[in-house]
Design a protein around this ligand. Sequence first.
Ligand SMILES: [Zn+2]
Length: 339
Amino acid sequence: MNYTVTQDCINLTCIHNNRKSYRCRVIDRLTLIFIRRLHILAFQLGLVVPYISPRIIMQRERVADDIYVFTSDLYAQVTAGVVVTSEGAVLIDTLAYPEETLQVKRFVENRLNSTVRYVINTHFHADHTTGTCYFKGARVVAHALCRELLERRGRQSLERAKASSADFRDIELVLPDLVFDGGTFNLHLGNKTFQMWWTPGHSQDSIVCLIKEDRVLFAADTLMPLPYFVDGSYDDFMLSLNSLRNGNFENIVQGHGEIVLRGEIEDKISSDIDYLVTLRKAVDGALADRSPSASLDSIDIESCGKSRIALNGAVEQLHRQNVIALASQRRRELVQFEP
Ligand SMILES: [Zn+2]
């Protein structure tokens, strides 16, 4: 499988200058590291902060002849995919910051000489859908629940983002116009088949998208460095992860973080399922203790089999939120089963 990694650099004030001195490039890099740390802190605190870096560096990877993956350097390594077909391009998710999505758009139009005809929203969360409005002529595909959730919750969160940062002032909410609400949905465009199916768990409306001809799966947030179910359902997540087993995929593109290669896929899915199983046992054990709050606090990410360094450390915060969400779910269930 052809597998290359390149970096896209753009400058918001002037076009990227390849002749920049080595010293300038080192300073740019250090500035970016500092800015990235600020954004990670903001992500952990649940804030949206304005983009203030003079440059965006975004990773672009080519995972098949006509499939590209873009990974944000600014927001939790969120990913978007571009699949080029003989009848136009399909964009699978947008990126968190408008300038990043516009960079993807320019790449499709200027470098690939194509046009985005469909945008797939894998779920309603803002870091995956904010840039949909930049593709005016495209049809927008999603699960029916994604349309409902964007209408009900996405509109409010967009207003909040606009109030907190000028970066989002031009963003308009776009509701998907091609939705499905069960089973599998196939989109045929040119020489490609996009097979989508519902995988609730991370959120109620999550879907995954398989490029059938290439066996590349865009798993969105159903697969990320740490399963995160706070806005969805623990039990659904377990079922959805199991449904991805033995899929004979070439690569899986996670919603955040690195691409999972063929030889790593089954281990990755098993590791996520193990995390969920271990977490549940630990939460049940803590709830049975004399002082459940202290016991819940002591459930650390490593004891559940995951590293705390993924996503530049943001997974630690996600893990803490998982513990709280699962503890309140288990408390409700235990009350229900009391005689
Ligand atoms: Zn999400």
